[in-house]
Design a protein around this ligand. Structure first.
Ligand code: XMP
Length: 559
């Protein structure tokens, strides 16, 4: 599902370049197995004019549905399938979308939509499993598919006048991915469309409830965006009023309400997320904010200077700079295990941060750039069940240690939305459009021990990659591009001499939000220039390889 870069599945994760900062905070020892934020987490209610719910049945595409809705300028939130209407009274709900999911309605613990939502009278759009559970719960029949249907199908509409098909041709290519299917629509429903294999590929009733057997949210259903728009605008009566402008206004007043007279700390990383957070907090409470930028010695060449000069030029974030390079490098001495590296970096960060914070006297809040993919990851039934891939996927941690409440204004935004907010706030484009950089920095791009010397080798190679990617005007099309010090040595020949040097790997990926990614098809000439320059400009390197692994099965970072 990965497409081009620049826009923002997971990262989940920490798809954020400042996830880095929150990550440090999140990976404090002991914090990693926390189930829920153990802190006074006072995320205040959101009060947008219109909200659509995406009820998550464990689909890998739930986040994609949410993105499509937001692209229509309608605010939406993903909620677990057992959420009740009572929990959501603070949102002005206009409609409900039921995601797909891996279950069969005949499974012993098949997830169901809560009756309070089902009977709410709100328009409902059930997608794939969402349609099957609608049929099952409302008295229709679902047959266990003997075979999975996966791939393209042609949908023929039998009710072209239905608002879900507004302004669409009478036949559409759609994307199927299901085992079970609805064989009898529930009382009050009729078939609105069929395919060769599915007589009820779309069903609906007169009360605004529609089920789709196919997936409108994926790019393989070309009219999918229009179908979602039709649900939002023709069936739910949404207006598409959600803009960065009203996000900023609302979040500034929420921060004011939350923080009151309190003092707020914000860890700046140089990435867009923490910069946006600090700017919002500053706009809300001015000098009650102090920002701290910790140089961990694991940054790219010239990065600390660049971050400092950008923020100092802005001059309004009460910036404290701490150079903790020595402390980080000595804590990392002899460590090769990737998770151990992350734990040490997290712990050291907290030590430094706490020390600096204590110099400031009493502080009440910590502002951090947690993004929606992080929140989704930590919440979905799927992610609860899935095994841990990397520590950075955890949310919550530092406040437990520091007794601070969290201010997380970006908690409901995707990366590309954060970028838009950053631009609306007047942050410089080169900061807003910067590629993500992980919290543990170059440490997770050095396989094996992290030393000052090895960092320098990687910095030199990384500099070449960045330079050539920018020269080729590819920087913004790529989600990330960087070098890895692989830890392998290879034999080469230079002049008449045998060399034995480092193998440098180059990684460049496209992605929408780092949950999935594809390796970038970089032009050969660009690869050739990168390779040539690295072996010439980095004396300790004698071979360059290009990483052609997508995610999954690879991850973006090597550790
Ligand atoms: P992976 O390697 O899991 O990375 O495919 C997904 C995205 O997250 C970034 N990343 C991290 N960010 N702390 C962070 O703040 C981390 O420990 C971390 N590990 C990976 C990675 O750069 C990519 O954008």
């Amino acid at each position: 599902m990965a497409d081009t870069a620049g826009a923002g599945q997971g990262r989940r994760v920490s798809a954020s370049d400042d996830v880095e900062v929150s990550t440090y905070l999140e990976i404090a020892e002991g914090a990693k197995d926390q189930k829920a934020p153990a802190v006074p987490h006072s995320a205040p209610p959101r009060r947008y004019d219109e909200t659509v719910l995406v009820v998550d049945f464990g689909s890998q595409y739930s986040h994609l549905i949410a993105r499509r809705v937001r692209e229509c300028r309608v605010y939406c939130e993903i909620v677990p399938h057992d959420t009740t209407l009572d929990h959501l009274r603070h949102l002005n709900i206009k409609g409900i979308i039921l995601s797909g999911g891996p279950s069969s309605v005949y499974d012993a613990n098949a997830p169901l939509i809560h009756p309070s939502l089902l009977m709410s009278g709100l328009p409902i759009l059930g997608i794939c499993y969402g349609m099957q559970t609608l049929a099952h719960q409302l008295g229709g029949r679902v047959a266990a598919g003997a075979r999975r249907e996966y791939g393209h199908a042609l949908l023929h509409e039998s009710a072209t006048e239905h608002p879900i098909f507004h302004n669409l041709p009478s036949s559409l290519p759609v994307w199927m991915s299901h085992g079970d299917q609805v064989t009898q629509a529930p009382p009050g429903f009729r078939s609105l469309g069929y395919t060769e294999n599915a007589p009820i590929a779309v069903m609906g009733n007169d009360a605004g409830v529609v089920g789709l057997q196919f997936h409108p949210e994926v790019a393989h259903t070309p009219a999918g965006k229009r179908i979602i728009e039709n649900f939002l605008f023709q069936m739910c009566g949404c207006h598409g009023t959600w803009t960065t402008g009203n996000f900023i206004e609302e979040s500034v007043s929420q921060i004011r309400r939350q923080v009151g007279e309190g003092r707020v700390l914000c860890a700046l990383s140089g990435g867009v997320d923490s910069a946006v957070v600090a700017t919002l907090v500053h706009r809300a409470v001015g000098d009650q904010l102090t920002s701290i930028f910790v140089n961990n010695g694991l940054l790219r060449r010239e990065e600390p200077e660049r971050v400092l000069s950008t923020f100092r030029k802005r001059g309004d974030l009460n910036l404290v700079y701490v150079n903790a390079t020595e402390e980080f490098l000595s804590a990392l001495r002899g460590v090769v295990d990737p998770e151990e590296k992350r734990r040490i970096i997290g712990r050291t960060f907290i030590n430094v941060f706490e020390r600096e914070a204590s110099r400031l006297g009493k502080v009440d809040f910590l502002a951090q750039g947690t993004l929606y993919p992080d929140v989704i990851e930590s919440k979905t039934p799927e992610s609860k069940a899935s095994s841990k891939i990397k520590t950075h996927h955890n949310v919550g941690g530092l406040p437990e240690v520091m007794k601070l409440s969290l201010v997380e204004p970006l908690r409901y935004l995707f990366k590309d939305e954060v970028r838009e907010v950053g631009l609306s706030l007047g942050l410089p484009e080169e900061m807003v459009k910067r590629q993500p950089f992980p919290g543990p920095g170059l440490a997770i791009r050095i396989i094996g021990e992290v030393t000052a010397e090895r960092l320098e080798v990687l910095r030199a190679a990384d500099w070449v990659v960045m330079d050539e990617i920018k020269n080729a005007n590819l920087y913004r099309q790529l989600w990330q591009s960087f070098a890895i010090l692989t830890g392998s040595q290879s034999v080469g020949v230079m002049g008449d001499h045998r060399t034995y040097g480092n193998v440098i790997a180059v990684r460049a990926v496209t992605s929408e939000d780092a949950m999935t990614a594809d390796w970038a098809r970089l032009p050969y000439e660009v690869l050739a220039r990168i390779s040539n320059r690295i072996v010439n400009e980095v004396p300790q390197a004698n071979r360059v390889v290009y990483d052609i692994t997508s995610k999954p099965p690879g991850t973006i970072e090597w550790e």
